[in-house]
Ligand binder design. Structure first.
Ligand SMILES: [Ca+2]
Ligand SMILES: [Ca+2]
Ligand SMILES: [Ca+2]
Ligand SMILES: [Zn+2]
Length: 340
């Protein structure tokens, strides 16, 4: 046990660009097949890009994990390069840190990636007991990490800049796969009680996801993936099973699922859309729009240079009738909620 801990502390790799408080750290200690070795920096960078997506949207502050005396825990996971179970006792984690051990092996069949974790703990102090109980309850899951194995004989496309999409015919998108596997480690899995507690009759019924989707979210039969073909507000879920040859980033529905299992999720920046009013015979103006998640706030201004002012209160409708006056020469709608 002591020997393993020494190895861990020697090879921890931090990455630099902190966005929120969350830090997803990748640990290459178990990359014994050298999938992420120095000459493959594009692979590590693509993995970091996937982590940054979550770091930029998850606002939770997790307490540091400092085992001592009778406050003890064990993280176990399949060795990412061999599949043999690794037990790490009393790993220390800094505040707001999730540690993911990565590597690659020949995964069976058409499996592209595999993630897993198991936590066991026992507490001597009430502080440690309360902290671990809160992090793994039926209403909240704050990941501590685990391992991800990637398949060694799948042709992957490594995109160091996922903000641009290039064609990658005949390859699988490593960024999409990394996002998917990190999504599992963050708790989108039937084995996580907060996720399982929000699953009923094969559907995910968490409030944020159901509101955004417009009803319960259908799951695949394994109750760990979103059902194949699930699209919400024009975005495919990244948490569907098959991911062949396409880019699927974490969708707003996927973020809503994380919110439902207890993460604090930063909403996307507001979207402003100019509206073209349709005059009515009675002198009123009809405003209407499509898309977005809502709620919506209509704003107006008297001239190009005037400040935008709220017009009435926010609405979940996608249309509104307003008076035609000089104070309302220009109209726009702001999506205040979740929107793709
Ligand atoms: Ca394989
Ligand atoms: Ca790109
Ligand atoms: Ca939380
Ligand atoms: Zn999966």
């Amino acid at each position: 046990m002591v020997r393993i801990l020494q190895v861990i502390f020697a090879v921890v790799l931090l990455h630099g660009s902190a966005r929120g408080s969350l830090q997803i750290e990748f640990d290459y200690t178990y990359d014994t097949a050298n999938f992420f070795s120095a000459e493959h920096s594009d692979r590590r960078i693509t993995l970091e890009r996937a982590a940054e997506l979550f770091e930029s949207r998850i606002l939770d502050d997790f307490a540091a994990i400092n085992p001592a005396g009778g406050d003890t825990w064990t993280l176990s996971f399949p060795h990412p390069s061999t599949g043999e179970i690794v037990f790490l006792q009393d790993l220390s984690l800094p505040k707001s840190t999730i540690r993911i051990f990565v590597g690659a092996r020949d995964l069976p069949g058409n499996v592209l990636g595999y993630s897993e974790f198991n936590y066991s703990w026992s507490a001597a102090t009430s502080g440690f007991f309360n902290m671990f109980s809160a992090r793994t309850s039926t209403t909240n899951f704050d990941s501590l990490g685990g391992s991800i194995s990637f398949d060694t004989n799948t042709p992957f496309y490594f995109d160091e800049d996922p903000s641009t999409l290039e064609p990658f015919f005949g390859q699988n998108d490593f960024y999409s796969l990394a996002v998917h596997e990190i999504g599992h480690l963050l708790g989108i899995s039937a084995s996580v009680s907060a996720f399982h507690a929000a699953t009923k009759s094969g559907e995910f019924v968490g409030a944020a996801a159901s509101t955004f989707f417009g009803g319960p979210v259908p799951l695949a039969p394994d109750l760990t993936h979103v059902k194949q073909g699930t699209v919400s507000h024009g975005q495919e879920s990244a948490m569907m099973l098959a991911n062949q040859g396409v880019r699927r980033t974490f969708s707003e529905l996927d973020f809503a699922i994380l919110q439902d299992i207890g993460y604090e999720i930063k909403l996307p920046e507001p979207v402003f859309r100019l509206l073209v009013p349709v005059p009515q015979p009675d002198g009123k103006l009809v405003l209407s729009w499509t898309g977005g998640g809502g709620p919506f706030q209509i704003q107006s201004r008297a001239s190009m240079l005037a400040p935008w002012m709220n017009l009435g209160t926010s609405t979940s409708d996608r249309n509104s009738i307003v008076d035609a006056t000089a104070a309302h020469a220009f109209f726009r709608v702001v999506d205040l909620g979740r929107h793709p």
